[in-house]
Design a protein around this ligand. Sequence first.
Ligand code: ACM
Length: 540
Amino acid sequence: MDLLDLIPAPRHVSSDGDGSYVLDSGTGISAGAGTEPTARWLRGTLGAVTELPLPPQTEGAAAIRLAIDPSLGAESYRLRVTETGVDLAGGGAAGVFWGAQTLRQLLGPDAFRRAPLTAGRQWAVPYVTVEDSPRFGWRGAMLDVARHFMPKDGVLRFIDLLAAHKLNVFHFHLSDDQGWRVEIKRYPKLTQDASWRTRTKWGHRASELWDDKPHGGFYTQDDIREIVAYAHARHIAVVPEIDLPGHSQAAIHAYPELGNTDVIDTSSLPVWDTWGINPNVLAPTDTTLRFYEGVFEELLDLFPSTFIHVGGDECPKDQWRQSPTAQARIKELGLKDEDELQSWFIRHFDTWLSERGRRLIGWDEILEGGLAPGAAVSSWRGYGGGITAAKAGHDVVMCPEQQVYLDHRQAPGDDEPVPIGFVRTLEDVYRFEPVPPQLTEAEARHVLGTQANLWTEVMENQQRVDYQAFPRLAAFCEVAWSELPAPAERDYADFERRMASHFRRLDALGVGYRPPSGPLPWQRRPGVLGRPIEGAPPNV
Ligand code: ACM
């Protein structure tokens, strides 16, 4: 194992001789203005595992010296380890924090544990110079906590894992047909009635089987404040998503007046217990608009992020076609069709958010019927939506499902614990290129970055999320952070070599990743591979 097996790969790294700097009980940290949160993080994280006090000291006395160097980019850093200690400078506070992540990797995999294995072991950092900066400003991961709830502790752990991979956006999918997960004080039934469902489809949507146990949970507003502050201290922005006007059956269950009451009896809709695209969408009425303005008003108090995600995906228009109210609205607004009605919905919140100094982002369906003026697009159905949006001057986050939906299977065959979707191996993710060749250089500047998405229909718990996310999130973080060559020219063998070290870090962190050789070696004996298990749900 080589301590310089850094992931994501830095722009420049050089080994400065054979020696190393040894931390001891006298090692202190000096925190230049703005770097105090990173000093606290180092003291907490490295202090726990090394059992060294790492006290605050003056710059003259400290061996770990943190500083801002405005000549560097905001997220860039320079890390030098010499016989006098560790000099870590960042262009901004975030850069210093990313440099601290590199410093932890340089201490070896045991630095990723929460307590030492043996008392009094030596902790040494090799003499090295690292100069580094990210390729993209948006390096995101989405976690769907609506399909399966992740208790707060797991969310905080997930944020720590993002930080360890230098990812800086946590897209928090907080509502869907199957559950509402955030306390909204003025609408208590959203969490009282819509945060639990009575049963859950077992397996993917084609399955005929249900798990008959109730499932649910939600975050109080104080939980959300804690999560946001925890992420902020790690230079991660939390972008909340409230999905509308589709994927809203849980909200309609709690407040039936939000649905198309002139088409169906919305008072009988449960919190949905299966997967797929749900026909029961929000009614395009003033009641609905005012309701969601109320939701977003509380969210803006909780989430300081510039971007607020409003979903916009997979909204079937059948009920609007049948609804006299929706049709009257189309006529009154002079719209052409139901697609334009969806655009009207999204535009309303685009304006509403812009007036409050925020920006709307939505899935690429928000292009249909015309994109709202300030909207940014999460391009998920492929690159197409992102290309169209970028060419029209809109900002884009590239997260095509064919490439970076990490809920999708990691190998062919049915041995995978979550055998759904496209096969995307670790190498496939490593060779993912967020900027498509169809964009000119100027258009490509609208690609804010890229994001990996974790939908949790068939990921019931943290162990499943770990398995799907890792090790692929390590490949993804290098795509998002490092300046890599074109996909075919990427040195995957070198990445794999560095992954040998990274697996030891993930082991120390306790991440339940997919083993590189696959999950169940005994199942791959001839004749056993792919044998259907009686009663198991069919896979998609
Ligand atoms: C999505 O995957 N429906 C955004």
